[in-house]
Design a protein around this ligand. Structure first.
Ligand code: FBP
Length: 273
């Protein structure tokens, strides 16, 4: 059987994001999701953060179309773009916090030369079906044009007490794989033992979602090390890096754990604040 053109395209693009099968991706959609208060003083401009991200050596940058456009001269040709095509603001009413709507398209990702598309599904939300159906359509379109799709696979609903529960996270990741995601970004479940249970049910690469800035840098680096030892294939990180005074050092510490198998304690020498 001949190979389809689109499956070649997907392989080529995924190959630009994953280095030896692993990736450290910079998440930079917080201005939309949380608002500008997430950004430390002096880093309010998207160009300041993008310059740091490009120099840090991330494997890809996930951002929104407006930020991708405003900073394209910095990342284009240097770091692959993953266009985030769903979102929600934190200022919506509480009962509407469990739905991500469309904020971009696969066509726009192609137009900008992106190597991937990313979209969120809140598994267990009362609006789960809207997000899952939208994600399924995104997968179909991406499949026909050779574009990899990353899912932000987040258990989240008003009745759900523990978003990080291993059984719930592994269910969300399995459901994400069943929908056809190429990469899964999900919550860290607290240990290598539990994260292994997440990885083992997911037939596609699972990457840890960074989360709010850890109290101690070493705690974050240990979480990254646990994810890798559990068979996770990388990290998608935003706040832990861009809220650190040592942005580039911390990013390189994470990269050394993911790509060179460094121990968290050894990587700390790069990340000191
Ligand atoms: P972080 O590493 O900062 O957690 O970024 C990952 C991310 O998924 C972002 O892409 C997104 O803006 C944010 O977390 C969502 O945060 P929340 O969990 O508050 O919805």
């Amino acid at each position: 059987m001949t190979t389809s053109f689109s499956s070649i395209g997907k392989k080529v693009r995924l190959g630009r994001i994953l280095k030896n099968g692993r990736a450290v991706i910079f998440a930079f959609d917080h201005g939309f999701e949380h608002g500008p208060s997430d950004f430390p003083e002096g880093r309010e401009s998207p160009r300041t953060i993008m310059e740091l991200a490009v120099s840090a050596g991330f494997d890809a940058i996930m951002t929104t179309k407006g930020i991708a456009r405003a900073t394209h001269d910095l990342w284009a040709g240097r770091v692959p773009l993953i266009l985030k095509v769903t979102g929600k603001t934190s200022i919506r009413p509480p009962e509407q916090q469990f739905l991500q709507y469309s904020i971009g398209s696969v066509e726009e990702a192609i137009a900008m030369g992106a190597d991937g598309v990313a979209a969120t599904v809140y598994w267990g939300s009362p609006q789960e079906e809207l997000m899952a159906e939208r994600f399924s359509s995104i997968v179909s379109i991406c499949d026909s044009v050779g574009m990899p799709v990353m899912i932000l696979s987040y258990p989240r609903g008003p009745e759900m007490s523990d978003w990080y529960n291993v059984e719930t996270v592994r269910y969300a990741c399995r459901a994400s794989a069943e929908l056809g995601a190429d990469l899964i970004k999900t919550y860290y479940t607290g240990s290598a033992e539990t994260f292994k249970k997440v990885v083992e049910v997911s037939p596609v690469p699972v990457l840890m979602s960074g989360g709010a800035r850890a109290k101690e840098v070493i705690d974050f680096l240990r979480a990254v090390e646990s994810v890798i030892s559990a068979g996770g294939l990388g990290v998608v990180v935003g706040r832990n890096v861009f809220q650190s005074p040592n942005f580039v050092g911390l990013a390189r510490a994470v990269i050394s754990i993911v790509h060179k198998g460094a121990r968290a304690e050894d990587a700390m020498s790069l990340a000191r604040e």
